[in-house]
Write a protein that binds this ligand. Structure first.
Ligand code: DON
Length: 563
């Protein structure tokens, strides 16, 4: 990858529309601004990615992380695309029934809270892999802004105050009264994390080994084992991220590049877009009864396949393109009727031939002046992950183990159920819904998109694509628009506040759709309290190469753009 000197950068931006306005959209202003600063200094989108990732680990500890994992999907200015899987792995001592009691029942909270919930983290491996293959600036330059930020502190927002307060008791229970996050942070407070600053400095100077081996690794293992976990120093030492082929498919005149297994995101997105393609959804209004019916029926069938077929491709031969095949998807939609909902109880996974020879989260989107595009979704899983805080290192550890199927038919935190393909095995990666995606038009980047939201990630990305290309919305409008979600089971259509009016609600109900309007206040089986769906951070590039952004108002998200 070439390094962009400031001179080339301004030339690219100013010269007759040849370059792109560099942009970063992420969950925090500090992170988006740091990404832009890196590109101003001549860094490319991949350098910016490393710096943004670390800045989110400091300023957005609910999901930004070095103790979690995620996926990168990219497309370079040379027209190459690829993806990196830095998903967590199950520890070597993990086993299928590890969350079951002697009666075979799932032990409450064991896969979500405390050391037993923690998967082997991938983020540090991921950012170093990206940097060595595609970055251009020295790694120290990319770490430094976050080392400083952790040391000098960042200002707590109202949304952060609320989220921290919500988990305060868990922090105290897991980490004790003296832990950094066991304090009652308020809006406007400056949160300094000196230990994290020191950890980042060590990693910047000594590379990923400074995280996966030695002092920091020992701190992690001590915390995990003290709070009931089974991860060992060997698990950390043996962690590797994996370059994988992204899934690629077309929707009308668009080429879509998205994440493949062990994320279900790209495959489901392909199935759903393929399923609705022949119905020309753009002839209906956004969130009309018809467009909701089409989306929901496509989603129902795709999520049924997810629960049966998908898991870690390194552990079994699993279908990918077979599930997106035109004939297969058309056949799956044959039972769709405009008159009545297809009950989920009548929908199971489809029948395909597996071809033997083949094979609280956060998202940020980046484009640089050359058009290198990077789409990254990263997570600790639920808010602040396992809540296990590596005190001496200054960071939280994930609870990604909950993304496995603890027991067939038992819903995880997102109400998702799974099968043998996603059962727990030593060193296996748990199935994800993360869907970092890049859409190309005429071979050029057109949309960079992704979101947190567990099971709702895939349907949110699906809707953003439809909002932009079918319903003619601007990038920000597409992000703001109320979202709808269905995931096969539970057989309910969740709709954000303001998504539909009473008339449409009654029509959908008369067709046997069970509609739930947000907010949902208290936890109910398979569904947790929530007020909104996803937090999309996206970039759109029009046919003239003009860049526009969408930062989700559902969070503190922020778009920074260099004009
Ligand atoms: O990988 C997954 O699908 C989940 N661990 C993502 C979790 C998530 O999006 C939480 N954010 N709301």
């Amino acid at each position: 990858m070439k390094k962009l000197t400031p001179l080339i950068l301004s030339f690219l931006i100013l010269s007759c529309g040849k370059g792109y306005n560099p942009a970063v959209v992420s969950a925090r202003k500090e992170a988006s601004d740091i990404g832009i600063e890196i590109m101003k200094k001549g860094g490319n989108a991949f350098d910016a990615m490393v710096a943004v990732h670390l800045a989110l680990a400091v300023t957005y500890p609910i999901a930004g992380n070095i103790g979690g994992g995620g996926f990168v999907v990219y497309h370079t200015s040379n027209g190459e695309s690829g993806s990196l899987d830095f998903r967590e792995k199950a520890p070597g001592k993990a086993s299928k029934d590890m969350y079951l009691n002697e009666n075979g029942d799932v032990i409450e909270n064991m896969s979500t809270l405390g050391g037993a919930a923690v998967g082997v983290p991938g983020s540090i491996s991921g950012i170093f892999e990206i940097h060595s293959k595609l970055g251009s600036l020295p790694i120290q330059d990319l770490f430094q802004p976050s080392i400083d930020l952790a040391k000098n502190g960042f200002v707590v927002t109202k949304k952060q105050e609320d989220a921290l307060k919500d988990k305060l008791q868990d922090f105290i229970n897991v980490n004790g009264e003296e832990s950094l996050f066991s304090k009652n942070f308020k809006q406007g407070d400056t949160l300094k994390n000196l230990k994290l600053s020191i950890t980042l400095d060590k990693i910047a100077k000594n590379g990923p080994k400074a995280f996966y081996e030695g002092e920091v690794a020992k701190m992690i293992i001590d915390e995990v084992q003290e709070s009931g976990g089974i991860m060992t120093e060997d698990d950390l030492k043996n962690y590797n991220s994996v370059w994988r082929d992204p899934v690629k498919f077309t929707y009308k005149d668009l080429e879509v590049i998205s994440m493949s297994l062990p994320s279900s995101g790209g495959i489901l997105l392909g199935q759903m877009l393929n399923a609705i393609e022949e119905y020309d959804i753009g002839q209906f209004d956004h969130n009309s009864v018809e467009s909701i019916q089409l989306m929901v029926e496509a989603e129902r069938r795709a999520y049924a396949d997810r629960s049966f077929y998908m898991g870690d491709p390194d552990f079994a031969k699993l279908p990918v393109y077979e599930l997106m095949d035109d004939n297969y998807v058309t056949e799956r939609m044959e039972s769709f009727s405009w008159d009545k909902a297809t009950p989920s109880s009548d929908v199971s996974h489809g029948e395909i031939k597996v071809i033997e020879e083949s094979d609280q989260t956060t998202h940020y989107s980046i484009i640089d002046a050359y058009g290198n595009s990077v789409s990254v979704t990263t997570t600790l899983n639920t808010n602040y992950g396992s809540k296990v805080f590596v005190e001496e290192g200054g960071f939280f550890l994930n609870n990604e183990m909950d993304d496995f199927s603890s027991k067939p038919g038992h819903p995880n935190s997102f109400g998702l159920i799974g099968s043998a393909a996603n059962s727990i095995e030593a060193n296996k990666r748990m199935l994800s819904s993360m869907t970092p995606t890049i859409v190309l038009k005429n071979k050029k980047p057109s949309l960079i998109v992704g979101t947190p939201g567990g099971s709702t990630i895939i349907t949110s990305v699906f809707q953003i694509i439809l909002n932009v290309y079918e319903f003619g919305m601007s990038m920000q409008e597409a992000v703001n628009a109320p979202r709808v979600h269905h995931q096969w089971v539970p057989d309910v259509v969740i709709i954000e506040e303001g998504g539909i009016d009473h008339v449409k609600d009654s029509i959908l109900r008369s067709k046997n759709y069970y509609v739930i309007s947000l907010p949902i206040k208290s936890d109910s089986p398979g569904m947790s309290a929530r007020s909104s769906i996803g937090k999309v951070d996206a970039i759109f590039i029009d046919d003239d190469g003009d860049v526009s952004t969408g930062a989700d108002p559902r969070g503190d998200d922020h778009a920074s753009i260099l004009k």
